[in-house]
Write a protein that binds this ligand. Structure first.
Ligand code: HPA
Length: 277
């Protein structure tokens, strides 16, 4: 058994002593999006610090808790607080919770993040459905030994974001009369925000929004054959010729403002989602 498998097993054995619930849906709550938690009928809350091999969250806007409960009638597990590469964690640490989710029985992963918008048709506060991504992190969670029991050496990336879940989210947004953009997410390491030249470059290579998370978790989810649905909240307008300084407070304030819209979409998507793979 690989070292990674042993670590997954340690975390799994611990979690199984804390909860009876078998989640089929996993949710990662990004910056300013913790409010979805209020919608969850909570069964168990576990601090990351208690879970074997889980890293600790260091960003002040993130809480480090794993929440088991029900949402939209389904058993779910939600990460309140995620790990970022810029905090100094390895890619394997950043994605460890996704490994564990798979062994808990999670089939579909819903991911949210705060991102800077570069598509000039988008406005601050918009929600964007991620249809594809570009990995500019300069690293990859699958580098190193591949445990073939977890997934293939060369995972296919033709459809990292599940088409069927994208259509479902679009239908839900229409029904709820919430405007939903669609586009490409590019991941950079951060922690600094981008220069004008970098935003111009990122837009030029085909990205609509830029953020510092999500892509590692999606790569690992795809490696493990999980279905993925990703949302970005556009927290700042990154138009290179009209760029204004932004603060973390503003980013969080905009994310909090858009949160009720994203929360209702996510809740309804989970409710209508089929459990099959
Ligand atoms: N760049 C990178 N990450 C971000 C941004 C940005 O402009 N806004 C929110 N997260």
């Amino acid at each position: 058994m690989s070292e990674l498998r042993k670590q997954i097993n340690d975390a799994l054995q611990f979690l199984l002593t804390k909860t009876q619930l078998s989640p089929t849906v996993g949710i990662i709550l990004g910056t300013g999006l913790g409010g979805l938690v209020k919608e969850i009928q909570i069964e168990t809350v576990i601090d990351y610090s208690d879970i074997p091999h889980f890293p600790l969250s260091t960003v002040e806007s993130h809480k480090g808790k794993l929440i088991f409960g029900k949402l939209g009638g389904k058993n779910i597990v939600a990460m309140q607080g995620r790990f970022h590469y810029y905090e100094g964690y390895s890619m394997q640490q950043v994605t460890f919770p996704i490994r564990v989710m798979k062994f808990l029985g999670v089939k579909s992963l819903l991911i949210s993040n705060a991102a800077g918008g570069m598509n000039p048709l988008f406005v601050k506060g918009d929600i964007m459905l991620i249809t594809d991504h570009i990995n500019l992190l300069g690293d990859n969670p699958l580098i190193g030994h591949n445990d073939d029991e977890l997934g293939p050496r060369f995972p296919d990336m033709t459809e990292p974001y599940t088409r069927e879940l994208i259509s479902l989210a679009e239908t839900v947004a229409l029904d709820l009369k919430i405007r939903l953009q669609k586009g490409v997410f590019v991941a950079v390491s951060g922690p600094n925000l981008e220069t004008r030249a970098e935003y111009r470059f990122l837009r030029g290579i085909g990205a609509d929004v830029v953020g510092m998370s999500t892509v590692p978790e999606v790569i690992v989810a795809v490696h493990q054959s999980m279905r993925v649905l990703g949302f970005s909240i556009m927290t700042d307008e990154c138009f290179p010729d009209a760029l204004k300084p932004v603060s973390l407070q503003e980013v969080i304030a905009v994310a909090n403002g858009a949160e009720p819209k994203l929360t209702s979409i996510m809740k309804e998507v989970v409710a209508r989602m089929q459990d099959y793979v």
